[in-house]
Write a protein that binds this ligand. Structure first.
Ligand code: SAM
Length: 281
């Protein structure tokens, strides 16, 4: 039984980190004409009204997208500015910031004629909400398990592949399941670009994912982490957001680090960004 609903967390600091990274990766991929298959294994609803009851309950966006949005006049980084302009285009009324777009929106809004997008979602209610979103005609929504769905689509029919894996990690075994699926994915699509999100929690479960990937022999794994609080400050709850990008486009690391240097101080006095190669070339 799935209980996680992303609407409770929409627009939080982890979404900022995750979707800015995704936006930058897509921006690089679009520089070449050859077609791309995008697979989003854990899609969620696609678009989140900030005034929804669920989102209002925790208002996590106030420590995430809100301060970034408010800082518009101070933003000078080219990537952050382009990302912010894309956020504007997600708004039903451009002059008001009322909706936060999820990964299906970010993937769908730049989809070209030659590309395809598959969005997996296993929660019946979330899938229904995703079905109600206006997305590209090339976006296909599937009610089903994302990791199994990804494996079944390999090798991709297009020359290029980009996968987003963003589970809720409600079950501890998901860290290992993700690692195994990623190993299989890279066996079938050696040059595929794979983005994996993970939470930084006091229990440190993400280490299972990281060490399994390191031991697998996969090369070119870039790691980026945004910490909202110092580790150990609280004995429960997420203190940071982690992203792995396997086969990142050339230049992504420096470009994102520059963008995050602008965003991170907006998220609070203790916020901190760090990035390195978890596994090099
Ligand atoms: N990727 C989304 C975004 O960035 O907007 C947020 C996804 S949310 C963190 C995780 C989603 O995965 C939830 O909507 C949950 O219902 C869904 N989910 C959980 N287990 C799943 C599975 N095995 N296959 C597909 N979706 C699953």
């Amino acid at each position: 039984m799935l209980s996680y609903q992303h609407a409770y967390h929409a627009g939080n600091f982890a979404d900022v980190h995750k979707h800015l990274t995704l936006y930058a990766v897509i921006d690089y991929l679009l520089r070449k004409k050859s077609s791309i298959t995008y697979i989003d294994t854990h899609a969620g609803r696609g678009l989140y009204p900030l005034n929804a009851q669920e989102t209002q309950r925790l208002q996590e966006y106030r420590e995430g997208i809100w301060p970034v949005w408010q800082a518009r006049a101070e933003l000078s980084n080219e990537l952050v500015s382009a990302w912010r302009a894309a956020l504007v285009s997600a708004q039903p009324m451009p002059e008001a910031f009322t909706h936060y777009p999820g990964s299906p929106w970010w993937l769908s809004h730049s989809l070209r004629e030659q590309d395809q997008l598959r969005l997996f979602e296993l929660h019946p209610g979330e899938h229904e909400q995703l079905n109600a979103q206006e997305l590209s005609p090339h976006a296909q929504r599937v009610f089903g398990d994302g990791l199994a769905g990804l494996s079944a689509m390999l090798p991709a029919v297009t020359p290029r592949l980009c996968v987003v894996i963003d589970p809720s990690y409600e079950i501890k075994a998901e860290y290992q399941d993700v690692a195994e699926t990623v190993v299989y994915t890279l066996e079938k699509a050696r040059h595929g670009v794979v983005l994996i999100w993970y939470p930084l929690l006091p229990a440190g479960h993400h280490r299972t994912l990281l060490s399994s990937l390191k031991e697998s022999g996969i090369r070119k794994i870039w790691r980026s982490e945004l910490l909202l609080r110092k580790p150990g400050e609280q004995d429960h709850g997420m203190f940071g957001s982690g992203m792995l990008v396997i086969n990142p486009p050339w230049g992504l690391d420096k470009r994102l680090s520059a963008a995050m240097a602008e965003i991170t101080p907006l998220l609070g006095a203790d916020s901190h960004y760090q990035a390195d190669w978890w596994v090099g070339e």
